[in-house]
Design a binder for this molecule. Structure first.
Ligand SMILES: Cc1cc2nc3c(=O)[nH]c(=O)nc-3n(C[C@H](O)[C@H](O)[C@H](O)COP(=O)(O)OP(=O)(O)OC[C@H]3O[C@@H](n4cnc5c(N)ncnc54)[C@H](O)[C@@H]3O)c2cc1C
Length: 334
């Protein structure tokens, strides 16, 4: 059995207290629901300097609001996936509930938070293992070493980004609210990801995601999420795609965003597909163009259960299905 190393859990009661505490910790470890972080700690990750680990819990902070505002919705980083799946927002935003419902399993969703999902670490077959399993070989880039077991001879980490909500929120044009003890800022959710496996998040030191704001979608818009995985009850995606489409009165596409998940070190915008559909009517040929563009954009590596070539094909299927469904929803009378 894997055991948690010795930890001290700090439970600040207010955001200023949390940010001040974070700024003083040499190795800040932020604890949302803990459904991923605690597993990683049990596997011996996260403890670069040894000794007692200090986890800063966000559990007592007032970050669990789902608020409707003039321009859209604001979701606190502490909202659980369980809350999100039972949330029934109108129109395209219901894609968030659909995606949340397909993450992990109910006991995990009851603890897991939106902030934790947005900040989920990248994953790799060779990294997400126990210390004992990993000790038979040199440490990889992600574990602080100088090799990659996925791409021997490679000069960087290819761990995969498999969090489900980021592609969906990027497709919806969402913005993240970020704060550390010095400043607060907002950034498009897309800008949170560096696209590198080793350090996947573009967060400043001591910075927390406090909320996500999603603009109110206009009439004639639709969004969809396609997650393809081995077991529907629990698994991470083999490949996934989120699509958001706005249509013109004649049914042609006015704006599209297509984002792939689980086939690269960060969420991947399929710009080629977005450009191809803009101004055009929906048709079978166009959907094939979307699938081709997604296959070209996907960057799967040999770091999961299934071969990269297969995951690339699956990414094409997911993108095609997502765009078709989003387009149909955008065209349906509301
Ligand atoms: C069996 C199993 C299956 C899973 N399947 C899926 C799946 O299909 N899809 C999926 O997306 N995930 C999956 N997960 C991963 C995980 O449960 C979810 O991603 C969950 O949303 C993580 O949220 P959390 O609050 O538990 O994060 P935590 O584990 O608490 O934290 C995750 C990371 O985010 C950081 N963090 C947390 N909150 C913040 C914040 N507000 N600001 C800055 N950093 C923060 C933490 O420091 C940590 O690095 C699975 C996990 C398990 C155990």
């Amino acid at each position: 059995m894997l055991r948690l190393p010795p930890v001290a859990v700090l439970r600040p009661r207010s955001l200023p207290e949390a940010l001040a505490t974070l700024s003083c910790l040499p190795e800040p470890l932020i604890l949302g629901g803990g459904t991923d972080l605690l597993v990683a700690l049990k596997q011996g990750h996260g403890a670069r300097s040894g000794g007692l680990l200090r986890l800063l819990s966000l559990g007592d902070l007032p970050l669990a609001d789902l608020r409707e505002e003039e321009g859209g919705w604001t979701l606190g980083a502490g909202v659980t996936l369980w809350d999100l799946e039972r949330w029934h927002p109108p129109g395209p935003l219901s894609v968030i509930s659909d995606a949340a419902r397909q993450i992990a399993a109910p006991p995990i969703r009851s603890r897991a938070t939106l902030g934790g999902n947005l900040c989920l670490d990248t994953r790799c077959f060779h990294y997400n293992q126990s210390t004992f399993w990993r000790s038979s070989r040199p440490a990889c880039f992600k574990a602080g070493g100088e090799v990659c077991h996925v791409a021997p001879g490679g000069n960087r980490c290819f761990a995969c980004h498999q969090a489900d909500l980021p592609p969906v929120l990027i497709a919806l044009g969402a913005t993240a609210c970020l704060q550390n003890s010095q400043a607060a800022r907002t950034a498009p959710v897309e800008a949170l990801y560096t696209g590198t496996g080793k350090t996947p998040l573009a967060l400043a030191r001591g910075e927390l995601v406090t909320a996500v704001s999603i603009p109110r979608p206009p009439p004639r818009s639709g969004a969809s999420w396609e997650k393809i995985r081995m077991r529907k009850g629990l698994d991470f995606a083999v490949a996934s795609a989120a699509a958001y489409v706005e249509t013109a009165p004649d049914g042609s596409c006015r704006l599209a965003r297509v984002v792939l998940g689980a086939v690269g070190p960060g969420p991947l915008r399929v710009a080629e597909a977005e450009d191809a559909v803009r101004g055009r009517p929906l048709g079978a040929d166009l959907l094939e163009t979307v699938a081709d563009a997604a296959r070209r954009t996907a960057r799967p590596m040999k770091n999961g259960d299934l071969p990269p070539a297969y995951r690339r094909q699956v990414a094409g299927v997911a993108a095609k299905r997502a765009v078709e469904k989003a387009w149909q929803l955008a065209s349906a009378p509301r």
